[in-house]
Design a protein. Sequence first.
Length: 186
Amino acid sequence: IMGNPPYSVSSSNIIRKESDLYELYESYKEKVRKEERNIQPLSDDYIKFIAFAHWKIKQAGQGIVGMITNNSYLDGLIHRDMRRKLAEDFDEIYLLNLHGSSKRNEKTPEGGKDENVFDIQQGVGIILLIKKEGLEKKVNYFNLYGLREEKYKFLKGYDIKSTKWQELELKKPNCFFIQRDTKGEE
């Protein structure tokens, strides 16, 4: 399943309660519903599309999802149940964070300009989810900062095998999908 779903926090797309998809989508809100005040961003269309793809792969028993989406789920606190469910149900996860958020005023690690690959304010990322028997569970991450043309060049020149992924160690309860120093976080 591949796609570039819309990003719309004010989504009018409704997942009906009587559908099998509803249960999986609601599991993305399982604990945060009780712990957070505003979980409206979990109703964003791109999250519904990821949930739909997740549901279809669960039905098939194996498969691959590849999407370029809003990247707020990588480190958003309210997205922790979503990350946990994805990590539980998929064997390999690859997260290519393309950054580029003007809302976060992102810069490169060296302090340079960081541009989005699209003409939008929200940072984006590519997620690959793989479910296949026999694979070792792992979550891989890569940061890509810089100018738009540099990012395009990287995307044309590298693939899943040639990218120097960093394997993430997910720590509950947040299971962040980014590189993060969690010392003293408790």
